[in-house]
Write a protein that binds this ligand. Structure first.
Ligand code: 5CA
Ligand code: ZN
Length: 480
């Protein structure tokens, strides 16, 4: 069997992030980008297995106090047009279905860019009394956005295949605010499982979700220093409940408009996971998400091949019954080629077993970061579990170091300009649009958010770097 490496040369180094990312996606069999529609991509089975693991973590977190449901893809134009801000924000991005066969439709149908206008007419029927509240429902679906910026697999799609959107309804504005905080907390927990450090901030008003009171964003810093928005939570106030007539009867028997939130995550979560941890040799996956957690490579050269293979099969059975995702690789290839293959796919731990290991009743365990130790066969499951758990800790530390190293506290526009070449700047900003424009024009970066929350950033009052008035801790960076 010919190695991908022999045919196509080595993977571009991660320093060339864009080249690395694009090549890695097909070499590690995550996405195939050859589908003939711009912005639409195909999940390979291995990529899909990774997606499934990521989304089952997300489901597990949400299922504690949310319910999963499923709403239609098509939204009639009249429903879509109801909320003025919302339609204004999305009108350039909507795909329209105009015909059934050759007959023009009476009412055009939008492919959902997000599902407010599919869900809220139903909420208007479902919500009756204060006893029905809060409502917390989510769905995981595809959505369509006619993105005009440069499209990129998993990052900027025209068909978002894995859009998790939660939509909640509450009795008061404060209850909805508390839900936004809860959503931010859930997203932190989710990204902690992915070992992806996040920075939370409040988007400036001109960058909030169309139709929201305010937007809380979760960003991470990619290997090239640009930020990626990997989750948002919006306080919708009563804008949508007023247009869709979502009312409830309060304790005194009076009709009240409800307050709402929505929050979403897409396959950008998978993009962040891949980009944060991978290296020049391919993917590196945290054990909790890896489709294959342990690859067993038997060293089958020499006379004792059968004996080694039998031992490797026992090993596979033992680890499988301990609940691990294991692959025994008995393909007729050089061990080195197998190592390369599993490294590219991010497998956290490789176990090598040969005649000499059998004599010593052990296997050699090599982590995806090259840490090599022997594990005695009689405590193999425990030994593997410990190494996987240490491996996850190491990934978390590496990722923290990366993000920390890309954050620069800046006291002047010049300092912001150099900081955003390779990361983000943390500044004080007074909140005035004029000062924001100055910062953005002179640095080429954007105001990402205020009230920054990150273990690596101290949030405090300071003087606006433009006008000197009192300002808030603000994140500035170049976003994907
Ligand atoms: N209805 C709300 C909450 S579900 C909503 O649509 N919010 S959003 O527009 O901010 O999208 C939620 C998240 O989806 C974003 O934070 C971003 O991480 C991701 N996302 C948005 N557009 C795209 C896109 N074109 N490709 C991939 N992911 C996207
Ligand atoms: Zn200012």
């Amino acid at each position: 069997m010919k190695l991908v490496e022999e045919e196509h040369g080595a993977l571009p180094p991660k320093d060339d992030f864009s080249g690395w990312y694009n090549e890695l996606l097909w070499r590690a069999e995550i996405m195939d980008v050859r589908y003939p529609v711009k912005g639409l991509y195909v999940w390979y089975p291995f990529g899909f297995a990774l997606r499934r693991n990521v989304y089952s973590c997300l489901r597990e977190i949400l299922d504690r106090d949310h319910q999963e449901a499923l709403f239609p893809l098509l939204i009639p134009e009249n429903e879509f047009a109801k909320e003025a801000e919302h339609i204004k924000g999305f009108e350039e991005e909507v795909y329209w279905v105009t015909h059934g066969g050759t007959s023009p439709l009476d009412v055009k149908l939008a492919l959902r860019p997000t599902s407010e206008c599919a869900i809220y007419p139903m909420y208007s029927l479902w919500v009756r009394s204060h006893a029905d509240l809060p409502v917390r429902i989510y769905q995981i679906v595809n959505t369509f956005r006619y993105e005009t910026k440069h499209t990129r697999p998993l990052i900027r799609l025209r068909e978002i295949t894995s859009f998790k959107e939660a939509h909640t309804v509450h009795a008061t504005w404060d209850d909805a605010e508390a839900q936004v905080e809860e959503a931010v907390k859930l997203y932190r927990e989710f990204y902690d499982i992915l070992c992806v450090p996040v920075i939370v901030s409040r988007r400036p008003d001109w960058d909030k979700f169309p139709g929201a009171d305010y937007t809380m964003a979760t960003d991470t810093i990619m290997p090239d220093g640009r930020t990626l928005q990997i989750g948002t939570a919006h306080h919708l106030g009563d804008h949508f409940s007023k247009t869709f007539e979502i009312t409830y009867e309060d304790q005194r028997g009076e009709q009240q408009f409800a307050f709402q939130t929505c929050y979403g995550i897409s396959e950008r979560s998978v993009a962040a996971l891949i980009s944060m941890h991978g290296d020049d040799r391919g993917l590196i996956l945290p054990p909790a998400l890896a489709p294959v957690q342990v690859a067993i490579v038997p060293i089958l050269i020499g006379k004792r091949g059968e004996e080694v293979e039998a031992a490797a099969r026992d090993l596979e059975a033992t680890l499988k019954s301990a609940g691990l995702r294991v692959r025994l690789d008995t393909r007729d290839m050089r061990p080195g080629a197998k190592y390369y293959y599993w490294e590219m796919r991010g497998v956290p731990l490789r176990l090598e077993i040969g005649p000499r290991d059998l004599d010593a009743s052990q296997v050699m365990a090599v982590t995806r970061l090259g840490n090599k130790t022997a594990i005695p066969l009689d405590t193999i499951s425990e030994g593997v579990m410990v190494r996987l758990s240490e491996f996850a800790d190491t990934l978390r530390e590496r990722a923290d170091d990366h993000v920390k190293s890309r954050i620069h506290i800046s006291g002047s526009i010049e300092s912001v300009r150099s900081a955003v070449e390779c990361g983000v700047a943390v500044v004080s900003w007074c909140g005035e649009r004029g000062c924001a424009d100055r910062i953005e024009e002179e640095t080429g970066a954007a105001i990402l958010g205020t009230g920054v929350r990150s273990p690596f950033i101290e949030s405090k009052k300071g003087r606006c770097i433009v006008c000197g008035r009192e300002g808030e801790t603000t994140l500035v960076g170049r976003a994907y």
